[in-house]
Every structure is written in structure tokens, then in C-alpha cells.
Write a protein that binds this ligand. Structure first.
Ligand code: NAP
Length: 290
């Protein structure tokens, strides 16, 4: 059991609501494994309280915090410095307090790509189809562009809404937006080496859902990555696996973004495999979770 003392350094996650956050489980497991003297807690922060909470991070001398919904963008003007990934993605999920200087990072892109690379898939030169254009998609798009994906087709239900995202990222790479039922997107799917779902379609409590794409139109062997982690196997992944596509769920991304935040705060590498294992155990109720 971890023993906290007067020397223990403090970390936490701010969000509203926060009781479902998995970060305390992931981070405390990894901190305990590494034998580091830190404590990580969940902190409910209402939107209107964010400025006072950020001052609290300074006043209380927290080493850092994670930031989640609804604060990821609103926190940006409250910080002293924003790392390049966070600036481009337009959201901060990790804050490091260096001698009262607060720097904002976004570790989702790293988490997404590390999990993919661990399977042996290299994005460089690959054609990719991305479903959805929300907050998580921005991190996914940036990760793909940074790692040299050749061409990205975004498929969404509402192309007009997704257009500003594509226009922003077009500065960095080749991106097109389609309604996901149109021929152009079906052609992009035929050519894609990687299909990524960033929509919540298929997530609990609606695991019967899935994005309306024709998996039979994917090329043989194309990789299918669903960043959802509840359930561990979405309908999209189940159907893709049945068609013999290699598949990956969002657990590795979640653990990976946490591991990168851990590295930023502590300077040490987290045990990502342990993080993934405790996450699965927790989600499957072996910790008494629902
Ligand atoms: P978001 O900002 O709300 O974006 C969701 C995207 O999905 C938008 O493009 C939205 O389209 C689309 N969408 C939502 N509901 C839809 C529906 N019923 N039919 C068609 N399209 C729909 O959400 P987010 O923060 O990006 O999160 C999306 C998913 O990623 C969630 O399942 C979340 O759990 C997962 N995620 C996983 C990780 C991880 O570490 N593994 C990290 C972050 C997020 P509109 O704009 O038209 O609404």
C-alpha cells in the first residue's frame, strides 16, 4: 500500500463531471509500480471555477494535472505556455507546473500513435480514412500527419461542420472531407491502409452501434483502429476482425496518453502494460466498478 507523507508530491485530474475518470486508476497504479512518491486524485471542477482551480494548482504547488471535459480548450488562456502539439490540436490534457510556470501539453496524439506503432503498423506513406472530426479526431489527425501519413480522408455525417478542421490541418498535410455515404469516401476506403474510428458510435451504453461504413469495401489486410475502449471490442472491431483485418481498440491510446503525462511530470517511463491491465480489470468490474 502507498504511504503518503509530508513529502508526497501531488497530481490530479480536473473535469466536470469527474467521477468516471479512469486516470486515478491508471496513474496511481503506475506511480506505485515505479515506487514514486506522488499521489493522484480526481478533482471535480465546474466550468465557471476553472480559473480559480488553475490558480489553486499554483497555490497548492501541485506538480501537475490532467485536464478533461469540459476544460481542455478553456484552460489554454489560463496557462503560461502551450506546447506545439496542444496548440495545433487546440486542446490541453496535461499541465506541468515547473516552479509556478504552468505549461500545457496534449498527450493524446502520442498515446494514439504509440499504441499503433506497438502493433508494428507504421503510418509513414500510408493512406488513411478517419471517421469523425471532433476533439479526439484532431489529435488523431495531427499524429497521422506528424508521422508521415500520405493522404487522409475524413468521413463524417456532416461535412460542413468538419470542413474547418480539414482546412486547419491542410496546412500540414493532404486532407479531404466526405459525407461517409458518398462515392468519394467509398473510394478512399478501398485505398486506405488504415481506418480509424473517432466517433462515439459503438460506445457503451450503445454497443450495437457502429459507423455506417461498408467494411467489405476495405482493401484486404487494412488495419482498423477504434479509439473507443468501452466496450473493449466494439461492433466495428468485431466485424472487421471477422473479415480478417488487424484491429486495435482505444485502451492502448488511453494508457499511452497517461504514460506520456507521467513522463512529463516525473521524468520516468510508466509501465504502459500495467496501465492497460489495471484499466481492463477496472472496466470489467474486478475492482467493483460498473
Ligand atoms: P466529440 O468531440 O464530441 O466528437 C465526436 C465526433 O463524432 C464528431 O465528429 C461527431 O459528429 C461524431 N458523432 C458523434 N455522434 C455521432 C452520431 N450519432 N452519428 C455520427 N457521428 C457522430 O468527441 P471526442 O472527444 O472526439 O470523442 C469521440 C470518441 O473518442 C469517444 O468515444 C471517446 O470515448 C473516444 N476517445 C478515446 C480516447 C482514448 O484515449 N482511447 C481519447 C479521446 C476520445 P458531429 O460533429 O456531427 O456531432
Amino acid at each position: 500500500m502507498m504511504m503518503y507523507t509530508g513529502k508526497t508530491k501531488n497530481l490530479g485530474v480536473m473535469g466536470w463531471p469527474i467521477s468516471h475518470s479512469l486516470s486515478p486508476v491508471l496513474q496511481n497504479a503506475a506511480l506505485g509500480r515505479a515506487g514514486l512518491d506522488y499521489a493522484y486524485i480526481a478533482m471535480p471542477v465546474k466550468p465557471e471555477e476553472l480559473p480559480r482551480a488553475v490558480e489553486g494548482v499554483r497555490a497548492l504547488g501541485f506538480r501537475g494535472v490532467n485536464v478533461t471535459i469540459p476544460h481542455k480548450t478553456a484552460i489554454i488562456p489560463l496557462l503560461d505556455e502551450i506546447d506545439e502539439d496542444a496548440r495545433i490540436i487546440g486542446a490541453v490534457n496535461t499541465v506541468v507546473n515547473d516552479g509556478d510556470r504552468l505549461c500545457g501539453y496534449n498527450t493524446d496524439a502520442i498515446g494514439f500513435m504509440e499504441a499503433l506503432r506497438e502493433t508494428g503498423f507504421e503510418a509513414r506513406g500510408k493512406r488513411t480514412a478517419v471517421l469523425g472530426a471532433g476533439g479526439a479526431a484532431r489529435a488523431v489527425l495531427w499524429a497521422l500527419i506528424k508521422h508521415g501519413a500520405e493522404r487522409i480522408a475524413i468521413g463524417v455525417r456532416n461535412p460542413e461542420k468538419a470542413m474547418p478542421v480539414a482546412e486547419f490541418f491542410r496546412k500540414y498535410g493532404s486532407i479531404q472531407v466526405f459525407f461517409w455515404g458518398e462515392d468519394g469516401f467509398c473510394s478512399a476506403l478501398k485505398e486506405a491502409d488504415l481506418l480509424v474510428n473517432t466517433t462515439p458510435l459503438g460506445m457503451q451504453p450503445h454497443p450495437e452501434g457502429m459507423p455506417p461504413v461498408d467494411l467489405a469495401g476495405l482493401k484486404a489486410g487494412a488495419f482498423v483502429y477504434d479509439i473507443i475502449y468501452t466496450p473493449g471490442e466494439t461492433r466495428l472491431l468485431r466485424e472487421a476482425a471477422a473479415l480478417r483485418h488487424p484491429v486495435l481498440n482505444g485502451e492502448g491510446m488511453l494508457a499511452g496518453q497517461g504514460a506520456e503525462a507521467f513522463r512529463l511530470w516525473t521524468g520516468e517511463r510508466a509501465d504502459v502494460h500495467l496501465m492497460k491491465r489495471v484499466l481492463r480489470d477496472y472496466l470489467e468490474g474486478r475492482w467493483g466498478a460498473k
